[in-house]
Design a protein around this ligand. Structure first.
Ligand code: DSN
Length: 450
């Protein structure tokens, strides 16, 4: 390897080893997953599907893709005859677009979760810049429970489809299923989507499927965040209720970055033709190999225990943070992530996530429900436990972690009035942040990664 590249690789390895990753959508893969991804599978072109490829030389790639599909069905415990699997989408966004492309026509209506409440860009997002917003749009963004979008169509799907978004209840930050039912009856969407990146609670797939049936809509559950927790039996499975499931493979499922579409068999051809030639040329066979290895790892009792512990850790961390006066969106979590509204701490997400990073804790800023600030400097941070659980941490370790987080936020609050660069300089030199950084290093040594 070229020394310049090797140096970067070593630096990134050291960064990962010596920091605690609390980004809810990340994880550490096993050496075996990394070996599969770094393998000769990456050299091969294999446009098409097993048994029907455009290029020669695909006999083992066919076996690989069939094995991946078999393992997806096994791990998610779906009826082999009722469900179809496509393991080729390179990302969750492409997987979602491929579902829309398979079943919708331009102009069709999609009902999905509001992005700032924790939905996802790939479910459609448009907005009107603050200065140009009408009173009605302002009200829609800040207090209404439904959002009809703005002038600026930021994502391809919002340019093609008519996206309406439901929000959480402003008092509880939970979904109000009666409201979603009324909205669906009024809007008559062609597709209802659930799932996203920052809704800390279980989603009631059964109720949404009933609503979808009542209004004649397809139902897509995007379980990118929950996939590993569903595979491990720690969260409810959507498969009895939905038409389509999409998920990424690198979050709680602990594989390489990639994605999977699952659909009821009747949509198999539409989905496959939507993925290729609709979106892809050759699939990333090395990624499919890594996903297959991750699925074998997910098909074990260890993984079952791991996925349950991710949630126990998140709950324990949430409780410890609450003791420190942190305000958790929806009051807690049913899964692997916590969304903290920092409004009462008087310092916003951008500065807090930087303060935590300087202390060795990697997180991300996030919007909170009914967000009033810009997404560039939103009111919240999101914390997740998949990676620290992979490191071997348990609920009893969460109090120490909460103390470090709380102390770092206190320091951030002290310097909150400084401009961002000055704030960062001040914190880099602050002895308290340095002490916290040392504590984090010790935890990293105590719970090493492979
Ligand atoms: N970027 C992912 C997340 O952090 O949740 C979603 O795509």
């Amino acid at each position: 390897m070229h020394t310049k590249l090797l140096k970067l690789l070593e630096k990134e390895q050291e960064r990962q080893k010596s920091t605690l990753d609390l980004i809810a959508s990340e994880n550490y893969t096993s050496k075996s997953v990394r070996r599969a991804v770094g393998s000769v599978f990456m050299h091969k072109y294999s446009e098409g599907y097993p048994g029907a490829r455009y290029y020669e030389g695909n006999e083992f790639i066919d076996d690989l893709e069939n094995l991946a599909i078999k393992m997806v069905k096994k791990v998610f415990k779906v009826d082999d005859k009722a469900w179809h699997v496509n393991v080729q989408p390179p990302s969750g966004s492409i997987a979602n677009l491929a579902v829309y492309n398979a079943i919708l026509k331009p102009g069709d209506k999609i009902l999905a979760m509001y992005l700032p409440d924790g939905g996802h860009l790939s479910h459609g997002w448009s907005y009107t810049p603050t200065k140009e917003r009408t009173k009605k749009e302002k009200e829609e963004m800040e207090s209404s429970m439904v959002y009809y979008g703005g002038k600026k169509k930021l994502t391809l799907n919002s340019k093609i489809f008519n996206v309406v978004q439901y929000k959480t209840d402003p008092k509880t930050n939970l979904f109000d299923y009666d409201f979603i039912r009324k909205l669906a009856k009024k809007e008559k969407p062609k597709l209802i989507i659930t799932g996203g990146t920052a809704y800390p609670r279980e989603i009631d797939y059964k109720i949404i499927s009933e609503i979808a049936k009542e209004v004649g809509a397809y139902y897509l559950a995007d379980v990118a965040h929950e996939a590993g927790l569903i595979a491990g039996g720690a969260m409810n499975s959507p498969f009895d209720y939905v038409d389509f499931v999409t998920f990424t493979t690198h979050k709680t499922l602990r594989g390489p970055k990639g994605a999977v579409i699952m659909c009821r068999n009747e949509y198999a051809d539409k989905i496959d033709r939507s993925v290729i030639p609709g979106f892809l040329g050759g699939p990333l066979n090395h990624t499919i190999a890594g996903i297959t290895q991750a699925l074998f790892e997910a098909d074990t009792n260890e993984f079952k225990e791991y996925s349950a512990r991710i949630i126990r850790n998140a709950k324990a961390l949430g409780e410890e943070l609450k003791k420190k006066g942190f305000d958790l969106v929806s009051g807690g979590t049913d899964k692997h992530l916590l969304v903290i509204d920092l409004t009462n701490k008087k310092v916003l997400g951008k500065k807090v996530s930087r303060a935590l990073y300087l202390a060795g804790i990697v997180s991300n800023k996030t919007t909170v429900p009914y967000e009033k600030k810009s997404p560039i400097n939103p009111s919240g941070i999101r914390l997740g436990t998949p990676s620290i659980t992979t490191r071997g941490m348990h609920p009893e370790n969460m109090s120490e972690l909460a103390n470090i987080i709380s102390d770092a936020v206190d320091v951030a609050a002290e310097f909150r009035k400084l401009k961002f660069t000055e704030f960062q300089e001040e914190l880099e030199n602050d002895y308290r942040i340095k002490e916290l950084r040392e504590k984090v290093r010790k935890i990293c040594d105590q719970f090493p990664i492979e």
